[in-house]
Write a protein that binds this ligand. Sequence first.
Ligand SMILES: [Zn+2]
Length: 109
Amino acid sequence: MKCPSCEKGNLKNGLTREYMFGVFLGEFLAEVCVRCAESFTDEATTKKIEQAARKKGVWGLGADTKITKTGNSLAVRIPKKLADYLNLKPKDSVYIHPEADKLVIDTRI
Ligand SMILES: [Zn+2]
């Protein structure tokens, strides 16, 4: 079968290492493209990956949020679930910086 992603490589059975938000979830059976290395999992495996993400507490941590104005600055609202996961509390210090077009909030200071 041809790879649905690059449409040139063939797929063969292999393993994919899955991560969510930088957290390693495990290795799972997948069909892997020999050309572009894109991996494809069946429905049952996709479910297993979701379960692994839930077990590690990272499932659903990504969220849309609003930027609000506070004085001359802007503030980013951090959803409770994400704050709890990172153990962030009011008045904690963090280091923020751009990374290409992303805003990184480094909590390890
Ligand atoms: Zn491919």
